[in-house]
Design a protein around this ligand. Structure first.
Ligand code: ATR
Length: 285
């Protein structure tokens, strides 16, 4: 990559940022299409977020990705937000549109696209969604947009699951949504009718983490999706052992990045090249 006087700059705002894979595959994507763009990580301490947002305009950046812990906090500093951000209250992509900063969230759509790519059609499906944080909210919102049949929510902290239920109900009042208790996750009778099980918690990121849910009792058709991508999780190990369709979080990561890339460049993202850049790091989706 050759940086020139007219190279366009895209950034990543996070704290930390050093673990991020986005610079790797975004720069590979720019290079593949011969775009004069560069993607740089910026370590933005929470107390500096307002100044960092102002710097997008001051430095004429094309835009940024936003990651932990800024996804929600950044919203009030933007000039405009997409209808999706209005509903979920979190941003992962900012586009500098001639000095107006517009916030988008591509996480949920990235999740859906990664499943679509595998030939999984969400319409009418019964889903078990584990987790109630920002990731679960983005995914839940996108599932509703795909007109899934039912979403069963489970979270270690019951009240957060109820909060998520209420937020999703507000977005989609007629959707079939319910919460089951964390203690019941291995026993609830409807588990044999679940089509898609999603781990949207952080469990599995560390090798010391326990197996979050036992796959015994689920049918052989269940698709197991673990949004964790930094290691082969115990949950996906179990799914593999049982010969179940399964997917790790790299698919979601690449697809959310591809949608961001398209927002910044107006060009279709070269998914294969982005994937190849990760393969070189030994990570496979
Ligand atoms: P994010 O925004 O990335 O989703 P988060 O808001 O911190 O992150 O949410 C993390 C999720 O992982 C939560 O659902 C959390 O459950 P709690 O709401 O009970 O905290 C879940 N989680 C983290 N560690 C867990 C563990 N050891 N067992 C079960 N769930 C866990």
């Amino acid at each position: 990559m050759r940086i020139k006087g007219n190279t366009k700059v895209v950034g990543l705002f996070g704290y930390p940022v050093n673990h991020s894979l986005s610079p790797l595959f975004q720069n590979a994507a720019f290079a593949e299409l011969g775009l004069n763009f560069v993607y740089l990580p910026f370590l933005v301490h929470p107390k500096n977020l307002p100044q960092a947002v102002k710097a997008i305009k001051a430095l004429n950046l094309v835009g940024v990705n936003v990651t932990v812990p800024h996804k929600q906090k950044i919203v009030p500093y933007l000039d405009e937000i997409s209808p999706e951000v209005e509903k979920i209250g979190a941003v992962n992509t900012v586009v500098n549109q001639k000095g107006r900063l517009v916030g988008y969230n591509t996480d949920g759509e990235g999740f859906v696209n990664s499943l679509r790519e595998k030939g999984f059609n969400l319409r009418g499906k019964r889903i078990l969604l584990l987790g109630a944080g920002g990731a679960a909210l983005s995914i839940g919102f996108s599932l509703l947009r795909e007109k899934v049949g039912e979403i069963i929510l489970v979270n270690r902290t019951y009240n957060r699951a109820i909060d998520l239920l209420n937020r999703l109900k507000k977005i989609s009042p007629n959707a079939f949504l319910r919460v089951i208790k964390f203690e019941d996750r291995n026993f609830f009778p409807e588990r044999e009718d679940i089509d898609l099980l999603i781990n949207a918690t952080s469990v599995g990121m560390s090798s010391e983490d326990p197996l979050l849910i036992n796959l015994k009792g689920f049918s052989s058709k269940v698709f197991v999706y673990d949004i964790v991508y930094n290691r082969a999780t115990e949950l996906l190990g179990e799914a593999k052992k049982r010969n179940l369709f399964h997917l790790n979080g790299l698919g979601m990561l690449i697809h959310q990045g591809a949608l961001s890339f398209e927002l910044w460049t107006g060009r279709k993202a070269p998914l294969d090249k982005m994937r190849e850049a990760m393969d070189l790091k030994g990570l496979k989706d």
